[in-house]
Design a protein around this ligand. Structure first.
Ligand SMILES: NC(=O)c1ccc[n+]([C@@H]2O[C@H](COP(=O)([O-])OP(=O)(O)OC[C@H]3O[C@@H](n4cnc5c(N)ncnc54)[C@H](OP(=O)(O)O)[C@@H]3O)[C@@H](O)[C@H]2O)c1
Length: 297
């Protein structure tokens, strides 16, 4: 396929390279031109002087850019990136947006491309640069079914799994940020648990080894994820009131070591909300389901 590719950062460079290796003809554009020249030298990519030029001969242009601002500049225009994708892409040709951007911008892109007679799908990815390198990303795709089907060979070159999230592109972007929220929360929790352990002379790596044998086992995480998703809090494996006791114990041990544990403090409040709702005897995972929101069918 004739492809355009915008953005040769940590993720974009290995992804563009995998598309070249899969036999596609790829014209690349990057704000800092030297990165595009390097890829041209090592992998025979063609280099475009603007996003529009990268898009003009492409059946599909893919973009992997830092954030909303970068995507607005390169795809919609009115910035320093040069003529945008919107001005270069032919009617019927498509843009696949791989970046982690806001659902609102994704909606705006869908409208702008449709107004120009172009096609659009959101395809943000899960996985770090080494997964991108090995073509082992998880691709979250949403947009017109025909476009997603036609693009499957491209997703296969980038990743090991593709999940289709429906016609509205913004659903893929939302799913990506929801997944990152899980990871971001775990990062903070690791930090607080390590600090608590270290305050009492237990090494972070030793705690990690113990977690790897227990709570961090995929089946344990999966079981909690499933319980919470399906709201199956009875019978309780571990009662919520006992969970509150343990969060209190952690906070008290931290306080004795003059250790701030902001996330644990929030957790304590969340457990108190669950207690006030009468959930003391349910499984402690019920703490996750006390926030009002619209539920998917
Ligand atoms: N790194 C990860 O582990 C990871 C994993 C999954 C998803 N993501 C997402 O993938 C996207 C790319 O991430 P990355 O890690 O590759 O970031 P990165 O290494 O910082 O690369 C960012 C890319 O965006 C370009 N860019 C930044 N601002 C721009 C602007 N105003 N106009 C035009 N181009 C601009 C950069 O161009 P220059 O070369 O000129 O700076 C570069 O090509 C992000 O949305 C990120 O959230 C990242």
């Amino acid at each position: 396929m004739n492809l355009g590719f915008l953005g040769l950062g940590q993720m974009g460079r290995p992804m563009a390279r995998n598309l070249l290796r899969a036999g596609h003809s790829v014209t690349v554009w990057n704000r800092t031109r030297s990165k595009a020249d390097e890829l041209a030298a090592s992998d025979r990519a063609r280099v475009a002087r603007s996003p529009a030029e990268a898009a003009q001969d492409a059946q599909v242009v893919l973009s992997s850019l830092a954030n909303d601002e970068a995507v607005i500049e390169a795809v919609l225009g009115n910035g320093s990136a040069g003529e945008p994708v919107l001005a270069g892409l032919r009617p019927g040709a498509a843009h696949l947006s791989l970046s982690t951007i806001s659902p609102a911008l994704s909606k705006r892109l869908a409208r702008a491309h449709a107004d120009a007679g172009q096609r659009y799908a959101a395809a943000p990815v899960l996985g770090r640069p080494d997964a991108a390198e090995h073509g082992e990303l998880v691709v979250l795709v949403a947009g017109p079914e025909a476009l997603v089907e036609e693009s499957q060979p491209l997703f296969d070159a980038l990743g090991k799994e593709t999940h289709y999230l429906g016609l509205e592109p913004e659903r893929a972007n939302l799913t990506k940020v929801a997944a990152n929220l899980v990871m971001a929360s775990m990062l903070e929790v690791f930090g607080e648990a390590y600090a608590l352990a270290e305050s009492y002379g237990v090494g972070a790596l030793q705690l990690l080894g113990i977690l790897e044998d227990s709570m961090l086992r995929p089946e344990a995480l999966d079981a909690y994820g499933r319980r919470i998703a399906s709201q199956q809090f009875e019978p309780a494996g571990f009662r919520l009131e006992l969970g509150l006791k343990d969060v209190d114990l952690a906070l008290a041990a931290g306080e004795a070591a003059a250790l701030q544990m902001p996330f644990a403090s929030v957790l304590r409040d969340r457990f108190l909300v669950a207690m006030a709702r009468g959930l003391a005897g349910q499984d402690w995972s019920a703490v996750a389901r006390t926030l009002p929101h619209k539920r998917a069918a």
